[in-house]
Design a binder for this molecule. Sequence first.
Ligand code: HEC
Ligand code: HEC
Length: 353
Amino acid sequence: MKKIIAIVITLLVIISGIAWIDFSNTPHPVSFKVPKGWPAPVYDFKNNPLTQEGIALGKQLFYDGQLSKNGKISCGSCHQQFSAFATYDHALSHGYNNGQTTRNAPSLQNLAWQKKFMADGGINDLQLQPLMHISAPNEMGESIENVIRKLKINARYASLFKAAFGDPLINTERLGKALSQFMLTLVSANSKYDQVLRGETSFILPEQLGYEIFQKKCVSCHPPPFFTDFNFRNIGLSIDNFLKDKGRMKITNNPKDSLLFKVPSLRNIALTAPYEHDGRFNSLINVLEHYRKNMVLGPTTDSLLKNRLPLSNFEIGQIRAFLNTLTDSSFLQEPMFAAPGIGNNRKAPIHEH
Ligand code: HEC
Ligand code: HEC
């Protein structure tokens, strides 16, 4: 009888032990906060629920050069926090073996509301975007299998994947999911513009005048709160003879989509120079000069721009003042988004655009 009781007790201890271990392995859910007045996100969180551990793993991966062939190029080397996760001051970014990207790196922010990625919308699942970068020879130059192999021999990742997904299995799907979790947390919603909207501060006169001009001339393609309508449009940029980039047509093969590019968000725009899909303009002045007089009108030019966008010098000044209110310094300096262990010690360079 005593023996039986001893066995039962031992079993109970083992079972409760297992239960405890399981419990301690459960990742901690994080609820995605939608800023007040914003629409519901389009990202399918059910398929990849945010957890503290998943986000932490994603951030570790985002800043890890091991995802590239030579161990030096991380996602964060092209997507820099002080530039709202765009590449600062480079028209095209440098990748593996001094390869250059064929497009300007866009900012990464508010991705939970975006359905199509890249300037031509060629990727429609956030989870797949990192895989494209890893294997592109001019970007990270590495095969997915090699990345998985490198992560598997790193004991630290075994425990990070276990913490994030409940068991230490490392595979492509989990790599994409963890990176997506981190990227989804990159929400920028605290610029001066947002604060004005919340009644916490007010525009100074040039910003207010710029806002009014913006609402007349820009808002149809760059509507708040994202300052993009996420559509593809042709704003009359002449084709680059070297890159020969036809934009959306690359994906659809439809001549009607020739030279259409995704409307970019204007949030943090003062810090994401250079501009346009190929980074051809160094400053906002160049962008506005383009709209008022340098457009090349062709068969696919957006109907809203058929008469170009008449803007006086005065209006350009006011619009720039307004665009500067879209800078969200709390986003650019948020320690939760910064490289683990290093921190965001690089302040945004002081540079007027
Ligand atoms: C060598 C530079 C470089 C590296 C490294 C890089 N990116 Fe990018 N990223 C770019 C460029 C350039 C684009 C724009 C591509 C296009 O439009 O064709 C881009 C686009 C994106 C987009 C789409 C954004 C949008 O709004 O459409 C996401 C998301 C992204 N990158 C995430 C990542 C992740 C995650 C990693 C690491 C696995 C990474 N990037 C590594 C340069 C880079
Ligand atoms: C017909 C739609 C449309 C209108 C109107 C429009 N834009 Fe754009 N804008 C776009 C598209 C599309 C792009 C991206 C083009 C590309 O990359 O080839 C863009 C790019 C930009 C960029 C560069 C962003 C970056 O990150 O590279 C800025 C800045 C900008 N627009 C500001 C404005 C302002 C200010 C106005 C009003 C004066 C305006 N836009 C009116 C569609 C429009």
